[in-house]
Design a protein around this ligand. Structure first.
Ligand code: ADP
Length: 341
């Protein structure tokens, strides 16, 4: 479930490039502007160079990792570098095989098809993808009953780029048809700062200190989309309250208005941690019990709250249940017993 949280990596209405700036989109266009993910960038650059020399289409690419880390951006970058057109769709949008076949037959040699949330592709559509990926053809049946006929349509060689936040949900046959499969990692603060530096130039924000950018980066949960969203909030705040000057206190004030603290935790994260401490003595406690106390849904907590807390050492998951860490206690100012797990 997409909640209206300023710190979520998931796409929100306001992230649309035209709405977000009223000006140039913040997406990098070329590989050289794409910050971080150096292993992946190197693998792709070599593959791109090789296929350009051979005049072949690029291998099919699967990008997996949390939302907001630059999967869609990378698909656009690859298309630019190949000089090809990019067709964009998503698993849930391809509800009928006809939708997919329609797009595939329109594509020219070397074009790229980007399928976001590819784990949500309906099984009936997935079957059409296999021969398309492997042999550049699709078979489809016309008419039904005794008049049914299978027609094979040849396709121009194309590249499929699939993106998913849940690689584990992909079927093995689909997964095995990608030549390159890569996991995107969270960004470190230095990389986020570089992304922010580029953005402030594009947004003509001229009075921003380096410390202020560091302060935004450290609250961005390793996620470029969050960093850029926080920057936009800070920009509005600075325009109205400090004549456009962005210093660390301005960042601090702007983002605490949004409920985002120095570690990038928001009110929902803190409520979750407080519940474990106040009601369950710091744990171990089962997820269902926490959800019931908070009046929230366990799956939502598991998908949108826990990953960041686990990854950053605020929470431990043991066989007996969830436990707070000493770090969580230090951050929120309560005494967590040191021997919970
Ligand atoms: P995903 O498809 O993984 O959800 P996106 O590609 O839509 O993420 O990226 C979200 C935003 O973050 C984009 O608007 C883009 O401007 C920015 N972004 C992501 N990765 C990078 C990067 N490596 N360098 C610069 N900006 C990035």
């Amino acid at each position: 479930m997409a909640r209206d949280r300023v710190v979520t990596g998931e796409r929100q209405q306001e992230d649309h490039p035209d709405l977000q700036t009223g000006g140039p989109a913040l997406r990098p266009v070329h590989m050289r502007d794409y910050v971080g993910q150096s292993d992946l960038v190197e693998r792709l650059s070599i593959a791109l160079e090789a296929v350009k020399q051979r005049k072949d289409p690029m291998e099919h690419v699967l990008l997996h990792g949390p939302p907001g880390l630059g999967k869609t951006t990378l698909a656009h970058v690859i298309a630019t570098e190949m000089g090809s057109r990019l067709y964009t769709t998503s698993g849930p949008a391809l509800s009928k095989a006809g939708d997919l076949v329609g797009t595939l037959t329109k594509m020219e040699a070397g074009d790229i098809l980007f399928i976001d949330e590819i784990h949500r592709l309906p099984a009936a559509v997935e079957e059409y993808i296999y021969p398309a990926m492997e042999d550049f053809k699709v078979d489809f049946t016309v008419d039904s009953g005794m008049h049914a006929k299978v027609i094979t349509v040849g396709l121009k060689p194309f590249t499929l780029i699939g993106a998913t936040t849940r690689a584990g949900l992909l079927t093995q046959p689909l997964r095995s048809r990608f030549g390159i499969s890569h996991h995107l990692n969270y960004y470190d603060d230095g990389e986020l700062r570089r992304i922010l530096e580029r953005a402030i130039e594009r947004l003509s924000m001229n009075d921003v200190s380096t410390d202020a950018l560091d302060s935004i980066a450290s609250r961005s949960r390793g996620t470029p989309r969050v960093a850029l969203r926080l920057l936009r909030r800070v920009r509005d705040f600075a325009q109205v309250r400090s004549r456009g000057t962005v210093s660390p206190p301005v960042v601090e004030e702007a983002l605490s208005l949004e409920g985002v603290d120095g570690e990038g935790l928001d009110e929902l994260d803190r409520k979750y941690l407080r519940t474990i401490f106040e009601t369950y003595g710091g744990g171990p406690v089962g997820l269902e019990a926490i959800a019931a106390t908070m009046g929230d849904d366990a799956t939502t907590l598991e998908d949108v709250v826990e990953p960041y807390l686990l990854q950053n050492g605020f929470l431990a998951r043991t066989r007996q249940g969830r436990c707070l860490t000493v770090r969580a206690g230090e951050h929120l100012g309560f005494q967590v017993p040191g021997d919970l797990f």
